[in-house]
Design a protein around this ligand. Structure first.
Ligand SMILES: CC(C)(COP(=O)(O)OP(=O)(O)OC[C@H]1O[C@@H](n2cnc3c(N)ncnc32)[C@H](O)[C@@H]1OP(=O)(O)O)[C@@H](O)C(=O)NCCC(=O)NCCS
Length: 200
């Protein structure tokens, strides 16, 4: 996996609190477990695997060591308050597609941090040579859908009764996508080549 040319850590002020954004490493497993513990169970339903399970966190850490995914963390006050992941599969016919995941501690939502993290992911996606990003979430995640739409994602498919929560209830998933390649090409055309790379 190609390294992003961007230099990390990056620092930003988020409502008066200093936030550091840096690549996640396999040493972040315990901090990721703590972040997951802050999330309502419903927020985890869009993930393919149940992140509250230690084995799933361990697999994420292994994938980082093996360079199979690009992941960022946001830290504040010594804790992980958010993270991202772009999953790719170099051996599939969709190796130009990255699956984006963004998770924020509920106490940190609505302050613009999710938008900044997603913009960082666009930069990573371009550096990885990806031209399409997809993200999925349950259809009742109104805030998440609004953030993704604001950044140019559009609903592409509805997966009916696709996830079953711990109580057995079924939920629909919306698959949203973003043509990163087309946006980058447009920016180049207008001489704004760096515009995607200057969040915050
Ligand atoms: C999705 C998520 C990462 C968004 O992060 P966030 O930091 O709260 O979002 P931001 O504060 O950057 O909001 C960016 C824009 O989204 C929109 N938005 C954010 N929260 C909103 C809400 N509750 N209702 C409507 N619009 C909202 C606004 O347009 C906002 O822009 P503004 O601040 O200028 O008004 C966060 O809600 C989250 O972790 N959700 C649970 C996990 C999830 O569903 N992830 C998505 C699947 S990958």
């Amino acid at each position: 996996m190609t390294d992003s040319p961007r230099s990390y850590p990056r620092h930003l002020d988020c409502g008066g609190t200093a936030v550091e954004i840096a690549p996640m490493t396999s040493r972040d497993g315990a901090a990721l477990t703590d972040l997951v513990a802050t999330l309502p169970p419903h927020d985890l339903l869009f993930l393919r695997r149940d992140l509250s399970h230690p084995k799933v966190i361990a697999a994420w850490m292994r994938a980082l060591d093996e360079g199979e995914l690009a992941s960022l963390v946001a830290r504040a006050d010594g804790r992980m308050v958010g993270c991202t992941a772009i999953f790719t599969d170099a051996l599939s016919w969709s190796r130009h597609v990255g699956e984006l995941r963004v998770l924020l501690d509920p106490a940190w939502r609505g302050r613009g941090l999710g938008r900044v993290l997603m913009q960082e992911c666009f930069v990573q996606a371009l550096a990885l040579g990806l031209t399409k990003l997809v993200a999925q979430m349950t259809t009742d995640q109104r805030a998440a859908i609004a953030v993704f739409e604001e950044l140019g994602f559009r609903a592409e498919a509805l997966l009916s009764r696709h996830v079953r929560d711990r109580d057995g209830a079924l939920h629909d998933l919306v698959l949203m996508s973003h043509d990163v390649g087309a946006v980058a090409a447009r920016h180049e055309l207008y001489g704004l080549g760096d515009a995607l790379g200057t969040p915050g």
